[in-house]
Design a protein around this ligand. Structure first.
Ligand code: ADP
Ligand code: MG
Length: 336
């Protein structure tokens, strides 16, 4: 009944009124779905999208996207992707926190800045996240790491639930649209901490034979961790990296990836020397050379991540309403 009224209402309203309903739909996802179905005027839908995008920056952060950038293989572009995705999103008015969970500390090295209290202090020395965060510019914060993070295995032997340490430390931190985790190239305690904190995984994969093998292996690892810990980490992007357009093998591997993982596969990041040079200047690719193919490719990835936001918000909102319903039922059962 309510949906029917909603339909006739939406057919006659102006975009700005619809925008209010869009916000409402963040809490009630079925309304958005019905709204979309009822749209006969395509222009209204397009202009609504634009208005929503403009308005988005002024909205309070509702849900944070926690994304681990993960692959057990080294040198596939995890750090490069974390930094440039983070820098790109921050330029699109998203508030971003980059966390370096790799003891090689390449995030700080690449940006030539370090947090005073680092990842080790956060995980082992009971520092608060707020104390460890270093501001890198508008909308972009970072917690760096260094070699002492390798000591975590021994430092945490007393820790009862050492695999969920990061998740528990980060529980109260709010105010970010995105938390991006640069993961280590091994599958120990640190990587498990990343996987159990994150809700999404972006997997950079070098477009070569060994890269494709590593992709299958990390997919399996994520499945195993989910089963073992009752977690729901979802792979939401596979990012082909080091792509050489002239190489037959690269093309072939990219096709194989797409045949197996369909729309999860993002546009490839081409080999580009500017991406190698940017860290030596302590800059993201957008500050170092915004005309480079590296900047163009990473901007495509940023846009793809922004496009997924609506889906993410919807799934979160539906989860919240399910939890609310379950709680209401429970309360009613107790009252009865
Ligand atoms: N698309 C690319 N083209 C050229 N060099 C790249 C590209 N992506 C990353 N690199 C370089 O390759 C090396 C490994 O990348 P990195 O992001 O550190 O990988 P990982 O974090 O997975 O070990 C670095 O020197 C980096 O600058
Ligand atoms: Mg790295």
């Amino acid at each position: 009944m309510m949906v029917k009224n909603q339909e006739s209402l939406f057919k006659s309203i102006a975009p700005l009124v619809a925008l209010k309903s869009y916000r409402l739909s963040m809490a009630e996802p079925h309304i958005l779905r019905d709204f979309r179905q009822s749209l006969t005027n395509k222009y209204l839908y397009i202009s609504l999208g634009a208005v929503v995008n403009q308005e988005r920056s002024r909205q309070k952060v509702v849900f944070v996207r926690k994304i681990c950038i993960i692959n057990q293989k080294g040198g596939v572009g995890k750090t490069t992707t974390t930094i440039n995705l983070g820098a790109g999103l921050s330029r699109m008015e998203r508030k971003v926190l980059i966390m370096d969970l790799d003891p090689q500390g390449n995030v700080g090295v690449s940006l030539n800045q370090f947090s005073e209290k680092d990842m080790y202090a956060l995980l082992v020395e009971s520092a608060d996240p707020g104390e460890c965060i270093r501001n890198m510019g508008k909308n972009l914060d970072m917690i760096s790491s260094k070699e002492n993070l390798t000591k975590i295995e021994t430092a945490m032997t007393q820790e009862q639930q050492k695999t969920t340490l990061l998740k528990r430390k980060m529980e109260k931190l709010t105010g970010y649209d995105y938390v991006l985790l640069d993961c280590p190239p091994s599958m120990g305690t640190l990587a498990t901490n990343c996987m159990l904190y994150a809700e999404e995984a972006f997997i950079p994969v070098s477009t070569d034979f060994l890269g494709f093998k590593a992709l299958k292996s990390i997919m399996k690892t994520i499945e195993t961790v989910n089963e073992q810990y009752g977690h729901h980490l979802k792979v939401t992007k596979i990012i082909p990296t080091m792509y050489d357009q002239r190489s037959k093998l690269c093309k072939q591997i990219l096709n194989e990836m797409k045949n197996e993982f369909y729309e999860l596969v993002a546009e490839p990041i081409r080999v580009n020397s500017k991406l190698k040079e940017a860290p030596s200047a302590g800059k993201s690719i957008f500050s170092y050379d915004k005309e480079s193919t590296g900047a163009k490719d990473y901007f495509s990835l940023v846009k793809a991540a922004l496009q997924d936001e609506e889906l993410f918000l919807k799934s979160k909102a539906s989860m919240v309403s399910k939890v609310k319903m379950a709680m209401a039922k429970k309360q009613q059962a107790v009252a009865n």
